[in-house]
Design a protein around this ligand. Structure first.
Ligand code: SF4
Length: 697
């Protein structure tokens, strides 16, 4: 029968950064079912609902199956690949001739396999002459990347998931791990040391409810709070003097700085009592293996880089780095955010290099055997500057790959309007129905996870392989093949001869990584990564011979020239849009359930996942606020900000604090409300704070 497989193969999941392995059941080479892989070191036989449903979303009716071109009457009509490629080339080249090649840009994603990101980065920048391209990882991990780079000298998450099971104190900051990374949460639950689990989050999330201590700090009081913890550690001498002297830089100035951040000041800012703050500092001091973990509550914050660094500072001053169960650990969002961070060739040159560094450009030119002059000498604009560039007229053509800007951008309405002003918009996606694809002049049908091969890099720096276990529908092609096709039509295919397949591109990436902190040269081919149970970077020796539960900085040496990690700090700043009389509530946004992913582009296609999650938009309101506003449980309510409004079903719950409301990000309307403001260092949008008003309908 159809349900009886004749073979199985393992591959990593294509949603979140946990990087679970799924065992695909095959019949005649085609996937018919899956179960979680039992012996993979990441998920140990577990998967969340998204993973279990990963195959079903490939069968959706709205898959893009042929290229679609906007006709004179405004419809999207099927065309051949030849017509699509010729049109894309002619339109982008015309824009380039009239406005310069840098007037065409691209927006990509942390969902592509690393080999596709790497090829896209080379094709656009070295072959097509683009300067500006960024990914949706800007909305996700840019802050962690910037924080690590400044503090450690390289974007290097130091941990392995084993640390969840080895800590005796686990700090989770701005992370609803239970829901956003459920398998990582399972790893916490397996910790045999009865750890103290301290959750710092304005909402009483599922994770907060399961914690030993929940600290519902006022939104955006993070910096004051963590500086006060540092203040107490300094005051009490609860620091690791030897570690500080051997491995860090600028501690004395930092200690001086936090002198002013008293527990009283933090209590005022955060709403957490002084005694609790003192107690938390004592818990850090008494812990033998203290780990600090953060995700979007920190990253999507206008002070995000400094907050991440305030956690790094706490780990550094207490010597909680490079040891089992310790670390200042950023949990990535998307399945390949880490790939984007080191191999996308967007705002940084390959393998953590710098476009502005002549030596770095030379190294890349030599590896790729291309003229060094073809490498831009400036960094790409980050996402919001590309959007801004459309407004100013600097960007006239845009290629959006596997992301849904018209839904997910922080100022959604503005993004939609600007995309409609472009001379030519190409959208490459699995589905022709995304909000962004609907605005396109040309849609390129892409294969999805399971229909192509390559690698993802998970949160703990582990490469895992994905495989082709289904045929893409119709004429859809793997993104890798589309990029090669574009190169041929652009007449720069010669330049990419070595990139003949994803696995060949993996070889190019290994060469690009040689001698860099993210050296992959020992990883071998896909089969050896599979054989080793995934492979963490760095990996210079053969993957199978290297311990695959490695953490960085065990020798106390960092990537800065002097080998030391830096303490970095800054005074706190006020929220740009505080609630006031007209807009009295603060809107928080975030993941709503383990069963949905981002803009629901894929997960919304699974009947099972849809059943697990309310399909119409809801807003969480505290019962006291509801009473004051005359809002009943499950009634319709208008939520408005200065930028837009929406109608949602009210869900009355004390898990939000009075004065705050919460709407999940998965709904199309959520980002009508949010305020476009950004961390100045990482340029990441601050999605989790804007003022709104409520009205019972
Ligand atoms: Fe694992 Fe994340 Fe996939 Fe769920 S979505 S199965 S947690 S990798």
């Amino acid at each position: 029968s159809r349900l009886k497989p004749d073979a199985t193969t393992d591959m990593v999941c294509g949603y979140c950064s946990t990087g679970c392995s799924l065992r695909i059941h095959l019949k005649d080479g085609e996937a018919i079912n899956l179960t979680p892989t039992t012996e993979y070191p990441v998920n140990l036989g577990m998967a969340c609902p998204k993973g279990w449903e990963a195959l079903s979303v490939l069968d959706a009716d709205d898959r893009a199956t042929t290229p679609l071109l906007r006709t004179a009457t405004g419809d999207l009509a099927p065309v051949s690949w030849d017509r699509a490629m010729t049109t894309m080339r002619d339109r982008f080249q015309k824009i380039g001739r009239e406005h310069g090649p840098e007037s065409v840009a691209f927006l990509s994603t942390g969902q592509l396999v690393t080999e596709e990101m790497a090829l896209l980065g080379a094709l656009t920048k070295f072959g097509m002459g683009m300067v500006h391209g960024d990914g949706n990882t800007r909305q996700c991990m840019a802050t962690a990347a910037t924080a690590y780079k400044e503090s450690f000298g390289f974007d290097a998450p130091p941990f392995t998931y084993q640390d969840f099971e080895e800590s005796d104190v686990i700090f989770l900051v701005g992370s609803n791990l239970c829901v956003a990374h459920p398998i990582m949460w399972e790893r916490v639950c397996r910790n045999p040391h009865a750890p103290a689990i301290i959750v710092v989050d304005p909402r009483r999330t599922e994770t907060a409810m399961a914690a030993t201590l929940h600290l519902p700090i006022k939104p955006k009081s993070d910096l004051s709070f963590f500086y006060a913890l540092a203040h107490i550690l300094v005051r009490e001498g609860w620091i690791d003097r030897e570690y500080i002297e051997e491995s860090t830089d600028r501690y004395e100035e930092f200690a001086e700085f936090v002198h002013a951040y008293t527990p009283e000041r933090a209590a005022e800012a955060s709403g957490v009592p002084v005694e609790t703050i003192e107690q938390v500092a004592r818990t850090i001091h008494e812990g033998k293996r203290v780990s600090f973990w953060w995700t979007m509550g920190v990253n999507q914050n206008y002070e995000g880089t400094r907050i991440a660094q305030s956690l790094i500072n706490l780990a550094l001053m207490t010597g909680n780095l490079g040891r089992p169960g310790a670390g200042a650990n950023s949990i990535t969002g998307q399945c390949n955010a880490m790939g984007s961070r080191i191999f996308s060739n967007t705002t940084g040159l390959y393998a953590g290099r710098d476009f502005k560094n002549a030596e770095h450009r030379q190294e890349v030119a030599e590896v790729l055997d291309i003229p060094v002059e073809s490498i831009p000498t400036v960094d790409s604009w980050p996402y919001h500057q590309i959007i801004e560039g459309i407004r100013t007229g600097a960007i006239k053509g845009l290629w959006v790959i596997c992301t849904n800007t018209s839904h997910s951008w922080i100022h959604q309405e503005d993004a939609r309007e600007l995309l409609s002003k472009l001379d030519f918009l190409v959208v490459q996606d699995m589905y022709h129905t995304t909000e962004t694809a609907q605005q396109a002049d040309l849609v390129l049908p892409a294969a999805g996870w399971g229909e192509k091969e390559g690698t993802f890099i998970n949160s703990e720096r582990r490469f895992g392989v994905v495989k082709k276990v289904r045929r893409p529908p119709g004429e859809a092609l793997p993104d890798f093949s589309i990029f090669r096709l574009v190169a041929d039509y652009w007449d720069c295919g010669e330049m990419f001869q070595r990139w003949s397949s994803p696995e060949a591109a993996f070889g190019v990436m290994q060469d690009l990584s040689r001698g860099r902190p993210c050296d992959l040269t020992g990883m071998g081919d896909y089969a050896s990564i599979d054989h080793a149970g995934g492979a963490q970077w760095p990996c210079v020796e053969p993957a199978a011979e290297v311990d695959q539960q490695r953490r960085l900085f065990e020798d106390g040496r960092f990537y800065h020239e002097d080998g030391r990690a830096k303490f970095i700090w800054e005074e706190t700043r006020a929220m740009p849009e505080e609630p006031d009389k007209s807009y009295p509530y603060l809107l928080l946004t975030g993941r709503g359930a383990a069963s949905q992913w981002h803009t629901q582009t894929r997960t919304g296609k699974s009947a099972v996942l849809r059943k697990l999650y309310p399909q119409s938009i809801y807003v969480e309101v505290h019962p006291d606020d509801a009473r004051r506003e005359g809002i009943q449980q499950h009634s319709q309510v208008s939520v408005a900000s200065r930028r837009g409004k929406l109608t949602a079903t009210a869900f009355l719950t004390p898990t939000v604090q009075p004065g705050q409301v919460f709407i999940p990000m998965h709904y199309e309307a959520t980002n009508r409300l949010t305020l476009a403001h950004f961390d100045p260092y990482s340029h990441q949008p601050s999605y989790k704070d804007c003022a709104v008003k409520l009205e019972a309908l």
